[in-house]
Write a protein that binds this ligand. Structure first.
Ligand code: ADP
Ligand code: MG
Length: 241
C-alpha cells in the first residue's frame, strides 16, 4: 500500500480503513480513497484552526502577509524568521514587544498567535485593561480560581497594551498572579508602549512591578519597535498633495 494512504489513515485514526485499503489492488480506487481522505483531513484541520482562533479572542485576525519588519530590532542572534518559527513557544520563553503606539506590536502579537493556532496550540489574547476588569469581576464573585485555571490551560498567553491604563492595587495584584502562574509553564507575549522603568506608573507598587518584570524578562526575547506610527502614515497617505 502507498505510504501516503497509510499515513492519511493514521492521521485520521482510521484503523479499520487501513486494513481494507491494504487489500485493495485497484490503483484508481486507491487514488479516489486518497483524495477523499485528504479532503477529510483538510476539513478537520480547518475546523480545528477555526475553533482555536475563536477561543483565542483576537480583536482582529492578522497575519504576516504584507507585514514589514524593517523597523523592528531583534535581540542578538535572533531574526523575524527565527521568531516566526515559534521555537521560543516550545521552550516556554516569552516575547516582549516594546515601542511607540502604531508601530505594529498588536499586529505582530496577533499574527504570532494565529500561527500558534495553526500549529494546534491554544492561545488566550487579552488587552491588559480588559483582563484586569475581568479579573476584578471574577474576584468579586468568588470564581477567580476557576478563571485562573482556564488561563493556565493556554499554551500562549498574550497581554496587549500594558501601559495605557494604570491599574488599581487589587487589579495589579490579580494581574501579577496571572503572570506568576505563567512563569516557566507557558509563553507570554506582552506588548507595551512604556519601557520597564516606567511600569511602576501602571502597577503602582515598586516591589510588585520589579517582581513582575523579573518573571517576564527571565527567558525572554525583547523586540524594539522603532518606526513611526503606521496609523499616522496611513492617514497621511490619504491626504491629497
Ligand atoms: N510592520 C507592519 N507592516 C504592515 N502593517 C503594519 C505594520 N505594523 C503595523 N501595521 C498596521 O498598522 C496599524 C497599527 O498597528 P498596531 O499593531 O495596532 O500598532 P501598535 O499595537 O504598536 O499600536 C494596524 O492596522 C496594522 O495592521
Ligand atoms: Mg496595540
Amino acid at each position: 500500500m502507498r505510504t501516503e494512504l497509510v499515513d492519511l489513515c493514521r492521521q485520521l485514526r482510521l484503523a479499520h480503513v487501513v486494513d481494507h485499503v491494504a487489500l485493495q489492488q485497484d490503483e484508481q480506487v486507491k487514488s479516489i480513497v486518497e483524495q477523499l481522505l485528504t479532503a477529510e483531513l483538510d476539513g478537520r484541520r480547518r475546523a480545528k484552526l477555526g475553533k482555536l482562533v475563536q477561543q483565542a479572542g483576537f480583536p482582529h485576525i492578522k497575519t504576516f502577509e504584507g507585514y514589514v519588519f524593517d523597523h523592528i530590532s531583534f535581540p542578538g542572534g535572533s531574526s523575524h524568521e527565527i521568531i516566526r518559527e515559534l521555537e521560543w513557544l516550545e521552550r516556554k520563553e516569552n516575547l516582549l514587544l516594546m515601542g511607540a503606539v502604531g508601530t505594529g506590536k498588536t499586529h505582530m502579537a496577533t499574527a504570532l498567535g494565529v500561527e500558534a493556532c495553526r500549529r494546534g496550540k491554544t492561545v488566550q489574547f487579552y488587552r491588559a485593561s480588559d483582563l484586569v476588569a475581568v479579573l476584578q469581576e471574577k474576584f468579586a464573585s468568588g470564581v477567580i480560581s476557576r478563571f485562573r485555571e482556564k488561563l493556565k490551560k493556554a499554551d500562549l498567553f498574550i497581554l496587549d497594551e500594558v501601559g495605557y491604563v494604570p491599574f488599581s492595587q487589587t487589579g495589579s495584584e490579580l494581574l501579577f498572579n496571572v503572570i506568576a502562574d505563567c512563569y516557566e509553564r507557558q509563553s507570554v507575549i506582552v506588548t507595551s508602549n512604556l519601557e520597564f522603568g516606567q511600569w511602576t506608573s501602571v502597577f503602582g507598587d515598586t516591589k510588585l512591578t520589579s517582581a513582575l518584570v523579573d518573571r517576564l524578562v527571565h527567558h525572554a526575547h525583547i523586540l524594539s519597535f522603532t518606526g513611526e506610527s503606521f496609523r499616522f502614515k496611513q492617514a497621511m497617505d490619504r491626504i491629497p498633495m
